[in-house]
Design a protein around this ligand. Structure first.
Ligand SMILES: Cc1ncc(COP(=O)(O)O)c(C=O)c1O
Length: 366
């Protein structure tokens, strides 16, 4: 079975949790891997290498060697040096040419780092032919958390041009990979434009179209609960912080922007928690009811480590309470660091995990 004949690949980079990957594997999905470690992770789960696409256009030689030796069938390239590398390490791999694409409104722009500009497509294809490499299609990625449907239309048009040039040079162009960028919040607005663009550019061209969604699948997979480890009352408040006009009291929780909340910085994400009050152990201390406003801080000694400047909770929060954050499955634990001695995010976080049986299970992970 060739990768492109299986179901579309899930981008591992977005959430490499083995539980999620296995769930995806059981659904029949393939896997978009960008590094040797991701490939090994997927293979270690017993998933066949034929279901992997090596999607990084600029790979380390060692990673390419691993992919080739383990039988990963398909890889990307977007520059001339990459072709030389592929020729010397893995000449039998089938290749997708990643072309430049860009949605300027995407939260994470990928066009400034990857993608062959239009005027380089022909020289790259000529070089691939001279090296006797097997180019079998085209890929693009308009940027992660994209929102401008026109970017898909432009990318599809450019992809057609690359397809035509490839076919003219004798390549068996059969795969179009439309990348990721999908989000729940605007899927209905984006998807029809992509569909129309593909129908317009590739009406009857015998092309298999795949995608590499990351956050679209993974985002809702985690709900996260963070413990309130400390609290600072602001003396300037006259009404105990329960008015939008006052300086909010400060809550310190056991994870922050150096952990699973990095998207506050990289994507300007606004986190909206709800409070899970824990009354045991407070010795009968009562809490004030009604709306309370707080700024939310991570556990490190860094003042940049702020999760929210102003969050509204339904009542007063106490040390020991929990803050519950939905939709924490994409680019969260995957990019957490160990800064300031908070090394293992899994040790301090309880992850409420939805299982495929549609019930919740609480786990402490080590
Ligand atoms: C090559 C590649 N494929 C797929 C993805 C997944 O993108 P998204 O999470 O926006 O769906 C990314 C993310 O940056 C990527 O770089």
């Amino acid at each position: 079975m060739k990768c492109a004949d299986s179901a579309p690949p899930q981008a591992v980079k977005c959430n490499p949790d083995p539980h999620l990957l296995r769930f995806m594997a059981d659904l029949g999905l393939g896997f978009d891997c960008a590094s040797a470690a991701e490939i090994q992770l997927v293979l270690g789960l017993g998933i066949d290498s034929s279901r992997i696409i090596f999607s990084h256009p600029c790979k380390a030689v060692s990673a390419l060697e691993l992919a080739s030796s383990r039988g990963v069938p398909l890889a990307m390239f977007d520059n001339s040096d990459e072709l030389d590398k592929i020729k010397s390490v893995s000449p039998g791999m089938r290749l997708l040419l990643r072309i430049y694409a860009q949605d300027d409104t995407a939260r994470v722009s990928l066009g400034k780092k990857f993608g062959a500009p239009l005027d380089t497509i022909l020289p790259l294809l000529l070089k691939a032919r001279a090296l006797d490499l097997k180019v079998v299609g085209v890929s693009f990625h308009i940027g992660s958390a994209a929102s401008d449907p026109k970017a898909f239309a432009t990318a599809a048009r450019d992809a057609l041009r690359a397809f035509d040039q490839g076919r003219e040079l004798g390549f068996d162009m059969g795969i179009l990979d439309v990348g990721g960028g999908f989000q729940h919040s605007n899927f209905e607005a984006m998807a029809p434009t992509l569909r129309l663009a593909l129908e317009h550019e590739f009406p009857s061209r015998n092309v298999r179209i795949i995608a590499e969604p990351g956050r679209y699948y993974a985002r809702s997979y985690y709900t996260m609960a963070c413990k309130v480890i400390s609290r600072r009352k602001q003396n300037r408040n006259t009404d105990e912080g329960n008015s939008a006009a006052t300086v909010p009291d400060m809550l310190y929780q056991n994870d922050g922007i150096y952990g699973c909340f990095m998207n506050r910085v990289t994507e300007e994400e606004v986190f909206v928690p709800s409070l899970i009050p824990i009354d045991k152990g407070h010795g009968g201390v009562s809490r004030r009811q009604g709306k309370h406003f707080y700024s939310l801080w991570g556990p490190t000694c860094d003042s940049v480590d702020c999760v929210s400047d102003r969050a509204v909770l339904h009542c007063e929060a106490l040390v020991g309470d929990w803050l519950k954050y939905p939709n924490m499955g994409a680019y969260t634990a995957a990019s957490a660091t160990s800064f300031n001695g908070f090394p293992n995010v899994y040790e301090i976080l309880y992850v409420i995990r939805k299982t495929n049986k549609n019930h919740c299970k609480v786990e402490k992970r080590n």
